[in-house]
Design a binder for this molecule. Structure first.
Ligand code: KG4
Ligand code: ZN
Length: 335
């Protein structure tokens, strides 16, 4: 059987990325150009700046990807690109570049959902076995996704307000930490203790939905109250307390969902999957459940990249899914 080479493109937020994946599982090349430095001084991603950076970087990122692989576009079987969700101006840069290459080299074009990409990052590490449950936690998403087979996604729970990563970034800002704040909170938390009593927001009994805005407000109030009383907060302990609340709720709901749906595997996905506290908590919880394997990709595959897009795109390619040259970017795409 002939090898399948998929060229993946990701530009939904603030990383300009391209990758080549062989047979859905082998990383042949993986290039990520981050814009974090350009957005840092604004405390978050500025959509206009993101689009401009993608335009400036994308050709160089493609060239470096092909060079790393020692391959050309002629060697590819298809072009896979993130079509949504994300920042519309940012998505359009990747989508239009993908269309141009597909047209010029007469290659199939495949639009990929960003979250499907995050989930398929796991397949670059180990084969998926179904049914499985994926906890997707990123700057824009917090979802429990049930998969009974390749390409089938059922969202059984999602955030009703802030995404987990968004809560991390906002709490970090309250503690005057730079953007993106997740890794800084994670680092502080490791040096602190859970001494501030913060809420665990579980919503109605049996619900798999999440809510983090109340927790974020509780952290902000803790800081303000301390300021008013002229007391100093201990950032390490506040970070540890916040992280403990997030991790407790994420772990608890993921364990309950995995048991109820009788899954064989639990996959962690998205930028917040880089969180050391969350990784340890899930490994510990599922370490005690023999029938369920926990899979956690290396940190470089958790944050935005195009290898995951090409991995998810390979499944769509094998299923015969194709998009036309009229494909658009969809900022609010459902999985
Ligand atoms: O998946 P991603 O790269 O972009 C989106 O699709 O949103 O996720 C970025 C998010 C940011 O909110 C960032 O603060 C968070 O992931 N993040 C972390 C950690 N590393 C990145 N949050 C908590 N702990 C970390 N170690
Ligand atoms: Zn992402």
């Amino acid at each position: 059987k002939k090898d399948i080479f998929i060229f993946g493109i990701e530009t939904s937020c603030d990383e300009t990325a391209a990758a080549i994946i062989k047979n859905g599982t082998d990383i042949i090349a993986n290039v990520v150009s981050s814009q974090i430095e350009s957005h840092k001084r604004f405390g978050g991603v500025v959509p206009e700046i993101a689009s401009r950076h993608h335009v400036e970087q994308i050709i160089a990122v493609f060239e470096e990807t092909l060079e790393q692989a020692g391959l050309t576009f002629q060697d590819m079987d298809a072009i896979a690109v993130t079509k949504g969700p994300g920042l519309v101006g940012a998505l359009l840069v990747g989508v239009n570049a993908a269309k141009a290459i597909a047209f010029a080299h007469d290659l199939p074009l495949i639009g990929v959902h960003h979250i499907a990409g995050h989930i398929y990052a796991n397949r670059l590490v180990q084969e998926m076995s179904f049914p499985l449950m994926s906890l997707v936690v990123s700057g824009g998403h917090t979802e429990l996704v049930y998969m009974k087979e390749h390409g089938s996604f059922e969202v059984i729970g999602e955030t009703r307000d802030d995404a987990a990563g968004e809560a991390y970034d906002k709490v970090a800002r309250t503690l005057s930490l730079p953007y993106p704040g997740g890794p800084h909170i994670d680092r502080l938390a490791a040096a602190g203790q859970d001494t501030y009593s913060l809420p665990r927001i579980r919503l109605e009994e049996g619900s798999y939905d999440f809510s983090f805005s109340g927790l974020k407000s509780a952290v902000i109030n803790t800081v303000h109250n301390a300021e008013q009383r002229g007391e100093k907060i201990i950032p390490e302990n506040l970070a540890a307390s916040f992280q403990a609340s997030v991790v407790d709720v994420l772990t608890e709901k993921t364990v309950r969902a995995a048991k109820e749906y009788g899954v064989k595997q639990v996959l962690l996905a998205g930028g917040v999957a880089a969180n050391k506290g969350l990784r340890a908590s899930l490994e510990n919880a599922f370490g005690k459940i023999e029938s369920i394997d926990i899979m956690i990709p290396p940190i470089s595959l958790c944050t935005d990249n195009a290898a995951m897009i090409a991995a998810a795109g390979t499944i769509l390619y094998e299923q015969g899914k194709r998009d036309g040259l009229d494909m658009n970017g969809h900022p609010g795409l459902d999985i």
